[in-house]
Design a protein around this ligand. Structure first.
Ligand code: GDP
Ligand code: MG
Length: 163
């Protein structure tokens, strides 16, 4: 029997960051539960769908895997249309600049290669996130499967609470 109170959510989520930081690997780990050390550059944009059971409700995350170079072009604006949230990914072994446009969780990826690099360099992530409007940040590893589910749950929690 159909439960009248069963809700379905579809959220468009962008995954943004420079080339090679691990965007595709994080999505692959999260959706397909595997990891490949071989690098294959994403051309344009790839899509993946992750379905979550969220308190009696269904959440579908449509993940947009945007090739790194797009962030420098005007196309990025098009991608942001109707997005509910984003992950911004950077590589802890080569910290770079990051910028946010929508509700965003910051992922410090490849933490298997450089644990505590950020804190040891005196980078105050907590303060940075507050000042720049990130809803949270996680040290992640697509390789070792660290904190990817936690980061996604954090983003979904904030999106649902804001609806
Ligand atoms: P993208 O260009 O941002 O999509 O980056 P990819 O997901 O294609 O990853 C770039 C390279 O980094 C690949 O060789 C991956 O195997 C590697 N990589 C991605 N995530 C991790 C991680 O968490 N740890 C390690 N050690 N390598 C990673
Ligand atoms: Mg890619």
């Amino acid at each position: 029997m159909q439960n009248n109170h069963h809700k379905e959510h579809l959220y468009k989520i962008l995954v943004i960051g420079d080339l090679g930081v691990g965007k595709t690997s994080i999505i692959k780990r999260y959706v397909h539960h595997n990891f490949s050390p071989n690098y294959r550059a994403t051309i344009g944009v790839d899509f993946a769908l992750k379905v979550l059971n969220w308190d009696q409700e269904t959440v579908r995350l449509q993940l947009w895997d945007i090739a790194g170079q797009e962030r420098f072009g005007n196309m990025t604006r098009v991608y942001y249309r109707e997005a509910m949230g984003a992950f911004i990914v950077f590589d802890v072994t080569r910290p770079a600049s990051f910028e946010a446009h929508v509700a965003t969780v910051l992922l410090a990826n490849k933490c298997d290669q450089g644990r505590d690099v950020l804190t040891n360099n005196g980078i105050k992530m907590e303060q940075f996130c507050q000042e720049n409007g990130f809803v949270g940040w996680y040290e992640t590893s697509a390789k070792e499967n660290i904190n990817i589910d936690e980061a996604a749950n954090c983003l979904v929690k904030h999106i649902i609470a804001s609806e």
